[in-house]
Design a protein around this ligand. Structure first.
Ligand SMILES: [Zn+2]
Length: 225
């Protein structure tokens, strides 16, 4: 959808411009919206138009700025970015929040960093989040070895203290990719943080399965049947 607007330069003179794409999701509340265009400004030397929009959800009503690059004659503008962004927090099952609240915190801080363009540190953040998840889970499974688990390297922790095969398979691969993100040379060149996020998600899913299965096995014993 296009929007024809009038944009003001620094001196207050107006020019016509055509915005080729209008944001349809509010970057603050994440609702689907048809935002209200409340002001447009031309940054002449940089060939940019900044359009101020207002979220039309009554629960939000916040302002945000869409920056457009002038790409064609008659000030045709292509959407470049939207700010500010309120990163959408990743939801994890209650089981995971209970086992490792620190994992959930670090994971969401990492996603927040990614949302504001700090992409180079995303892998490192995910790697740290994974370490908390695995160590907190391992310590819950083997409380008497908690101290040893805290000190051991992540790879060794997965190898020695994680019994469930699925958790182990996924966590091991997540750790490989996580380590890649912190080193100068990559080993897994065809994999990136998207794969790492997916492996962490799989790891949390398997951990949840283990915990819930144990819970029901404990609550409903064979002898009680
Ligand atoms: Zn909103």
């Amino acid at each position: 959808m296009n929007l024809d607007i009038t944009a003001q330069n620094l001196e207050g003179n107006s020019s016509k411009a055509r915005l080729r794409e209008i944001p349809d999701i509010c970057p603050i509340c994440h609702r689907s919206i048809h935002p209200k265009n409340v002001g447009n400004f031309l940054l002449t030397p940089r060939g940019l138009v900044q359009a101020v929009f207002r979220c039309t959800s009554q629960k939000c009503e916040e302002l945000f700025i869409a920056t457009y690059t002038i790409v064609g004659g008659a000030n045709e503008c292509r959407l470049h970015n939207i700010a500010p962004k309120n990163p959408k927090k990743s939801e994890f099952p209650q089981t995971i929040c209970d086992i490792s609240p620190t994992f959930v915190d670090i994971y969401n801080q990492t996603i927040a960093a990614e949302a504001i363009g700090l992409t180079e540190i995303v892998g490192i953040g995910l790697r740290k989040a994974l370490e908390f998840l695995i160590k907190d889970f391992a310590a819950k499974q083997k409380p008497s070895e908690g101290e040893a688990i805290k000190k051991v390297f992540l790879g060794k922790c997965i190898q020695d203290y994680i019994d469930d095969t699925n958790v182990k398979q996924c966590a091991k691969r997540a750790a490989w990719l996580g380590n890649d993100e912190t080193h100068y040379i990559r080993k897994w060149e065809d994999k990136d943080v998207t794969d790492l996020k997916l492996l962490i998600r799989l790891t949390t899913n398997w951990i949840e399965n283990v915990i819930l299965t144990q819970k029901y096995a404990d609550e409903m014993t064979e002898t009680g049947a």
